[in-house]
Ligand binder design. Structure first.
Ligand code: NAD
Length: 256
């Protein structure tokens, strides 16, 4: 089924690792050209160079999603190279755990800055260039934007914010004057570097894997490629009647 994204230009944030890298590879396999951004410039530059060698036009840019002037520069570079952007995947994110009573205001603000302000800024500037031409904005939330969990209130707040922000913007941008679809994706626990953030609380990576796997009726955590498949679907015209939706890809975690 290759070629589902032929002719589309897709911008992915946080493409230097984990879900973002898997998304870049899956989008490339379906024919998209890519703008890959991350704080980790060498990671996205190397990925863009590798994909370019196998016939995917791609650029890698250093980008802090919390910085509005950085967003302007990224879209300027994307338009200079490709002339348009059809899809923006707001994927960059951070996580930390801790009791609410011990969370500093600085840590709280950092979480909201990356996970929520970053999605706001990416969406705002995507709308400005997609308005009337059409486009798809894909915001990576989490199961923890639907369900709460202990020791992760700041993360849950940021991801719950992404969920409802997405729906509100979808209502604003659905008509022909905009023609922009806006959806969120809600991964269950996925085996990336982020998964390793709080292994001390479990004793070991193996212990965390066992305990967290049991939270998913499928009996395991997910792989980045399983989220990338949802990103490809929402980027493609196969999802043309979807906006304001929450695409849950979680091995059944939220079914309980
Ligand atoms: P990851 O840590 O493997 O990768 C995140 C990437 O984002 C890194 O390359 C990092 O450099 C980049 N990044 C961080 N801060 C940034 C900033 N300010 N500006 C630009 N780039 C920045 O994480 P992942 O697991 O691939 O997570 C990707 C997204 O999926 C995140 O939004 C995360 O919250 C979400 N998510 C992850 C899981 C999981 O279990 N891994 C579950 C649900 C949702």
């Amino acid at each position: 089924m290759a070629g589902r994204l032929n002719g589309k230009i897709v911008l992915v944030t946080g493409a230097g690792a984990g879900i973002g890298t898997a998304a870049a590879r899956a989008l490339a396999a379906e024919g998209a050209a890519l703008v890959l951004t991350d704080l980790n410039e060498s990671g996205v530059s190397a990925l863009a160079a590798e994909l370019s060698k196998s016939n995917t036009p791609a650029i890698g840019l250093r980008h802090d999603v919390t910085d509005e002037t950085g967003w302007e520069a990224v879209f300027k570079a994307a338009l200079a190279r490709f002339g348009k952007v059809d899809v923006v995947v707001n994927n960059a994110g951070i996580a930390f755990v801790g009791k609410t009573e011990d969370t500093t205001l600085a840590d709280w603000r950092r979480m909201q800055a990356v996970n929520l302000d970053g999605v706001f800024l990416g969406t705002k500037h995507a709308i400005r260039i997609m308005k009337g031409k059409g486009g798809s904005i894909i915001n990576i939330s989490s199961i923890l934007g639907i369900d709460g969990t202990g020791m992760a209130a700041a993360y849950c707040a940021s991801k719950g914010g992404v969920r409802l922000f997405t729906k509100a913007v979808a209502i604003e941008c659905g008509d022909a004057g905009y023609n922009i679809r806006v959806n969120s994706i809600h991964p269950g626990y996925i085996q990336t570097r982020m998964f390793e953030t709080d292994i001390e609380a479990f004793g070991s990576l193996e212990a965390k894997m066992q305990k967290v796997s049991a939270l998913h009726p499928i009996g395991r955590v997910g792989q980045p490629e399983e989220i990338a498949a949802g990103i490809v679907f929402l980027a493609s015209d196969e999802s043309s009647f979807m906006t304001g939706s929450e695409l849950v890809i979680d091995g059944g975690y939220t079914a309980r």
